[in-house]
Design a protein around this ligand. Structure first.
Ligand code: ADP
Ligand code: MG
Length: 327
């Protein structure tokens, strides 16, 4: 057996469950449930761009899968299968053992099955493709929002960006304070149960990976609507609320990597969503509304005045300063 295949067998091969054929042949074979569509998404994490080269491999395994699962959550799709394309500078068994443990623990928790991939040598990079199932026509898309709908977000925003700002030296947090925030950056929790519960309730949805303004902006563009947010309502961790106004706005509105869901829903769904928040034990906050108008996002202060916005979400190919931001 070649060393490459021995590694795959040792760290990435599991008994197949739902798949007809998993790791080990030229292709995996996957069943498709009648009446369902397959939701597919791919995300790559590159060393030095999305994570520090010395990142904890167990957390990296978790995060690489979590950011992909977040896309399934945002579509209201149920996780089924995934593939892993791994580029490694060298064979480091301790690293591989931790990475696969982190990734496969989340895979088990989310009931997603690793059915194949590719393993190559080169600068460290991790590409995961996820496949999910959603009843035909029920996926939560970006284009369905209606004028008059509320804008909601799950959880709290800006924690991951605050943790990153601390690591980059922009903010001095106490070690104890940072420990609590670090999980938001390194071990995001994809909002899968929420995504499934939003089928038939939300009119549009997206996950917040590039910052609320940038990601809600995509719903505005696709739905041809204007979003107006109330700054005072934007939920953020207490540690962020204690920072100065610039940092608060930058992290909560333009900070990436939170992987919460942002969605629109009709006013008539308010009660249902409050009940859903209780049953999921997940904060759901109404932060604004959508109306006819220019497809952009504005943020208003308590007096109702439009606020100056921080620079927007991270764009890998934008020629601007500040490279090294994770996104
Ligand atoms: P091929 O040359 O036919 O593409 P490979 O030698 O690349 O096959 O892979 C052999 C088998 O191992 C395939 O089933 C592939 O999907 C699987 N595989 C390769 N790398 C990984 C990985 N990192 N994780 C899971 N499965 C993998
Ligand atoms: Mg191959």
């Amino acid at each position: 057996m070649t060393p490459e295949f021995a590694l795959i067998e040792k760290y990435f091969t599991r008994p197949v469950r739902r798949a007809s054929l998993g790791v080990g042949d030229d292709c995996a074979l996957l069943p498709v449930a009648a009446g369902c569509e397959i939701a597919v998404s791919t995300d790559t994490l590159v060393s030095g761009v999305h994570f520090f080269a010395d990142a904890d491999p167990r957390k990296l395994g978790h995060k690489a899968l979590a950011v992909n699962l977040s896309d399934l959550a945002a579509m209201g799709a149920e996780p089924r299968f995934c593939t892993l394309a791994l580029t490694l500078p060298r064979i480091d068994e301790a690293w591989l053992a931790s990475f696969s443990a982190g990734m496969l623990a989340l895979a088990d928790a989310a009931s997603i099955e690793l059915v194949g991939g590719d393993t190559t040598r080169g600068p460290l990079s991790i590409t995961i493709t996820v496949l999910g199932e959603v009843p035909a026509g029920q996926a939560l898309r970006r284009h369905g929002a209606q004028a008059g709908d509320d804008v909601w977000v799950s959880g709290e925003l800006g924690g991951a960006a605050l943790a990153l700002a601390h690591l980059q030296g922009g903010i001095g947090l106490e070690p104890g304070e940072f420990a609590g925030l670090a999980a938001r950056l390194h071990e995001p929790q994809p909002r899968l149960a929420l995504g499934l519960a939003l089928r038939g309730v939300a009119s549009a949805a997206i996950d917040v990976s590039d910052g609320l303004i940038a990601d809600l902006g995509h719903i505005c563009e696709r739905s041809r609507l204007h979003a107006s947010l109330e700054w005072e309502r934007v939920p953020m961790p207490a540690l962020l609320a204690a920072q100065d106004m610039d940092h608060r706005m930058q992290c909560a509105l333009a900070g990436g990597d939170d992987y919460e869901l942002c969605f629109s829903a009709p006013v008539a769904a308010r009660e249902k969503l409050d009940e859903l928040a209780d049953s999921l034990a997940l904060r759901l906050t109404r932060v604004g509304r959508l109306d006819m108008g220019r497809p952009t996002v504005e943020v208003r202060d308590v007096a109702g005045l439009a606020m100056a916005l921080p620079s927007l979400g991270f764009d890998h190919f934008a020629a601007k300063e500040g490279a090294g931001h994770e996104s």
